[in-house]
Each structure stands twice: as C-alpha cells, then as structure tokens.
Design a protein around this ligand. Structure first.
Ligand code: URA
Length: 309
C-alpha cells in the first residue's frame, strides 16, 4: 500500500517537557491565550499549572465541571468540590477547572473548536514548564455494532475514509499528520476497567468526522442525499475496517498531542448503536449515567497512577 503519510509523529523527549514546534514563539514578548483568557504577562503560569500531570478534555463545560467535582471526591481532597472556580471565567468559549494535579477543560464540538483549545492548552503547558503530562479526551460517541453504553478506548483515530490521518489546510496546502495514539496508555486504561465491571470497555478504532448528520451517515438531518442501504453499507465498511465508534474530535486531538510530545488517549462512551438507528432515544437519566462511565474509568486510572487507595 502507499503509506507515505503513515509516518509516526509520536516523539517523547527524556525531559518529559511539552514541545511547541513554533520558532516564532520564542521571539514573542508576551503570549496571550485569548480563548482561555490567560496570558504569560497577566498570569504566573508556572505557579498556576507547573505541577499538572493529567489533563482531561471533553466537549461540554458542565460535564467537565462535573468531572472536576467527581475527581475532587475521588482524590479525597478537603471540601465537597462544589466551590471549584472556572479558571477561564473571563471567557465563555471554554471552561477550565483544576483539582490537585488534574486539569479539566471543555473543548466544544468538532475539530475547529478542539483544535483552537489545544493550541492554547499546549502553549499553556509549555509556558508552565509542565513535565510528563498525560492528556485524555473523555467524550460521547455513536457506537458501531456494540452495546450502547460501552466505553471505547481508541487505539487509532481514523478519518471518514478509514485512514489514520488528519488533514489540515496550511497556507492553502493540505498538510497530512498521523493520528496514532499511545498504545501502552490505551492498554493501561483498559486494565483499569476491572474497577468498572458494570459496563463493557474495549479497545478499537474511532472514526472522526466533520459533522454529526450527513458526515456520520445519518438519515435524520435537514439534508440527506443517500439511501438507507448506502448508509448501512458505509457503516458496515467502517465496522470491517475496525471502527467501533464515531465522534468529531479524535483525529485532530491525536495529531496535535502526538506532535507536541503529549501521551494522549481518547475514551468515549457510545450513546447508541448506529447499525440500529440514528436518533439518540435513551432517556436523559440513562445518558447522564453513560456520560459518567468514561469519567469513572479515568478516575480509577488517575487514582492508580497516584497511588490513592
Ligand atoms: N457524538 C457523535 O459524534 N456521534 C454520535 O452518534 C453520538 C455522539
């Protein structure tokens, strides 16, 4: 096969520092992280964030606040965590909470939104001189041929042609980046699923699309130009290529984090089985319980890493 884009971009330095691959940054007197409402002159980033070891990102601001409160309890920290302050309160683009060595940040929906957040987050970790950071996206997704409520740990993020690549247009040219994730981290996360025996957890490929409706082969959008048969043929081809869930951020997340030397994982719960339908029909209470599943797995992982009983 022609595998010219199948290069690996995962490089870990012995220092454990985050790499920013931008020669212009050094020449800047000040760096304003606009969408986070933080900056190198207005904030002491090493003091605020220098000891962060785990960064968890997810689409919704409320869910990432709930995750921070949950981690607060799981780490046995003083207080009930209800008073946690949004570090990015000056902007309503993203929300950020800190609990011990854990940072919890929202990224909105889709590749453009997560990619803007990640540029600023990665620079934040760089300016703060953080070392040995593990970053995990905890999200929701549509499942393929697996029980709704299952949690999928991504080994490789694929684009909508089932290729492990992320294409970014730079100055009018398409730049192709690899979307490999850290396999050892995925296995380590899977081993933590013994702590969450009430739901299935598996490792699989994740397909990342630019849209929730037509882009994911749904028949129920405002536009649809294909038949039910064509839809099922596409989703079955995805399943045969190893895809077990579909979401909208993993390729950009894997590419950016991989290039910047962050150990990265994607852990998403599936809200439905796309081979069975398009609409998300589960009651809100059940969906709420589903969304807490990746959080519980990650809490078990962080507690194990920190040696918290
Ligand atoms: N998120 C997605 O991107 N797709 C789904 O089907 C469900 C959640």
């Amino acid at each position: 096969t022609n595998g010219s884009w199948r290069h690996t971009n995962i490089i870990f330095s012995s220092s454990g520092l985050v790499h920013v691959k931008n020669p212009h940054l050094d020449a800047m007197e000040e760096d304003i992280l606009y969408h986070l409402d933080l900056g190198t002159k207005t904030h002491n980033l090493p003091a605020m964030f220098g000891d962060i070891k785990f960064v968890c990102v997810g689409g919704s601001p409320n869910r990432m606040r709930a995750f921070a409160q949950f981690m607060h309890r799981e780490l046995g920290l003083a207080g009930d965590g209800e008073e946690l302050a949004d570090i990015c309160a000056g902007t309503d683009r993203y929300a950020m909470y800190r609990v011990g060595p854990v940072l919890s940040i929202s990224h909105g929906m889709g590749i453009p939104s997560i990619s803007i957040m990640l540029h600023e987050l990665i620079k934040l970790l760089h300016h703060a001189k953080c070392r040995d950071v593990t970053i995990i996206r905890i999200g929701t997704s549509g499942g393929l041929g697996i029980e709704p409520g299952s949690v999928v740990i991504t080994d490789t993020a694929l684009d909508s042609s089932f290729k492990p690549r992320f294409e970014q247009v730079v100055l009018g040219d398409v730049v192709v980046r690899s979307t490999e994730l850290d396999k050892a981290l995925a296995e380590e996360l899977l081993s933590c699923s013994t702590e969450t025996p009430d739901f299935p957890t598996l490792i699989g490929h994740t397909m990342c699309t630019y849209d929730f409706y037509e882009g994911q082969g749904r028949l129920d959008g405002a536009l649809c130009s294909f038949s039910s048969e064509k839809k099922l043929e596409y989703l079955r081809r995805a399943y045969d290529a190893g895809v077990r869930n579909i979401e909208m951020e993993s390729t950009a997340f894997a590419a950016l984090c991989g290039l910047c030397g962050l150990r990265a994982a994607v852990v998403c719960v599936t809200l439905l089985d796309r081979l069975e339908g398009d609409q998300i029909r589960a009651p809100r209470a059940l969906l709420g319980e589903f969304q807490r599943r990746p959080q519980r797995l990650i809490a078990a992982f962080i507690r194990k890493r920190l040696g918290v009983q």
